[in-house]
Design a protein around this ligand. Structure first.
Ligand SMILES: [Zn+2]
Length: 286
């Protein structure tokens, strides 16, 4: 069974008490007959090391995926990754938390939960993202699945009375601060370009000017820092807005369109490096 990966912006840290989110989780587990498990992963990118809890069955399954180099690399770039695993152990939905970025999701538990549970819910509903393709181009499939799914996750969470906005705004404010300080990554490598495209689409589609008074400033700064990335956004935004993404065929068509755009952006030659402050951390992947 192919696995599917999602970059998620927020992480499950709070206990799931009776709440719309807990209800959502229960519905998924009933539907799939599986369970949702959270696995904190402590990463050390410089030493290329990862530590997982010893005492979790889910961690044992996670280790198998983490044996793949491209999978490990994607996790170090994301705040978290979700895997829908189907094997002899049954169905298990793993949420791997990149604890090295834990500061980024502090205080935004509900939004992070909605995001993570939302990706799993879409898989359970048969609205699946592309299967994970190991290798240097793994990020293409991940973001191709992520971009349209974020639209569906926000809508469904809202329908259930769960606000994903604080989580989204937290990530966008962090990105805005990086742009304003000049510490945004200049001349981003291919996978970072795709993460940036996902980010600007979240800003364009996921939040209005009324909901975030710095939205236009963010878009302006983003477009001048990353013109090649920003130029891809309008065509994708149009597809996201026009399609009924809850229809499997339409979702697949939009995902395929996004994948093709991402491939082009992935292949784009790197810009000539201009004098700029030293590259900071990669942009957060929402
Ligand atoms: Zn996501």
């Amino acid at each position: 069974m192919p696995i599917r990966l999602y970059c998620i912006g927020w992480v499950l840290m709070a206990s799931l008490e009776a709440s719309p989110l807990e209800e959502w989780r229960r519905e998924i587990e009933l539907r799939t007959g599986g369970r949702i498990a959270v696995v904190p992963v402590h990463t050390d990118p410089e030493r290329n090391e990862m530590r997982l809890p010893e005492d979790l069955d889910a961690a044992r399954i996670a280790r198998r995926y983490l044996a793949d180099d491209s999978f490990r690399r994607e996790l170090t770039l994301a705040q978290a990754l979700t895997i829908n695993h189907r094997g002899p152990e049954g169905e298990i939905h793993l949420i791997l938390l990149n604890m090295a970025l834990a500061d980024q999701w502090k205080g935004a538990e509900e939004g992070l939960l909605a995001h993570e549970v939302g990706h799993i819910w879409l898989d359970a509903m048969g609205l699946r993202a592309p299967a994970f393709q190991p290798g240097p181009r793994a990020c293409i499939g991940i973001h191709a699945g992520d971009i349209p799914q974020h639209v569906l996750i926000r809508a469904e969470a809202e329908r259930r009375g769960i606000s994903t906005r604080p989580h989204l705004l937290g990530n966008l404010r962090m990105a805005l601060a990086a742009l304003e300080s000049g510490k945004a990554t200049r001349d981003p490598p291919p996978c970072a370009r795709l993460a940036l495209l996902s980010q600007i689409l979240d800003a364009r589609v996921g939040v209005t000017a009324e909901q975030w008074d710095e939205r236009s400033r963010f878009l302006q700064l983003f477009e001048s820092a990353y013109p090649e990335v920003a130029s891809q956004a309008p065509a994708i935004e149009e597809r996201l807005r026009l399609a009924d993404l809850t229809d499997r065929e339409q979702l697949e068509a939009v995902t395929e369109f996004v994948r093709q755009q991402l491939e082009r952006l992935f292949e784009a030659p790197e810009r000539i490096r201009t004098p700029a402050p030293p590259a900071a951390t990669p942009p957060p992947i929402p």
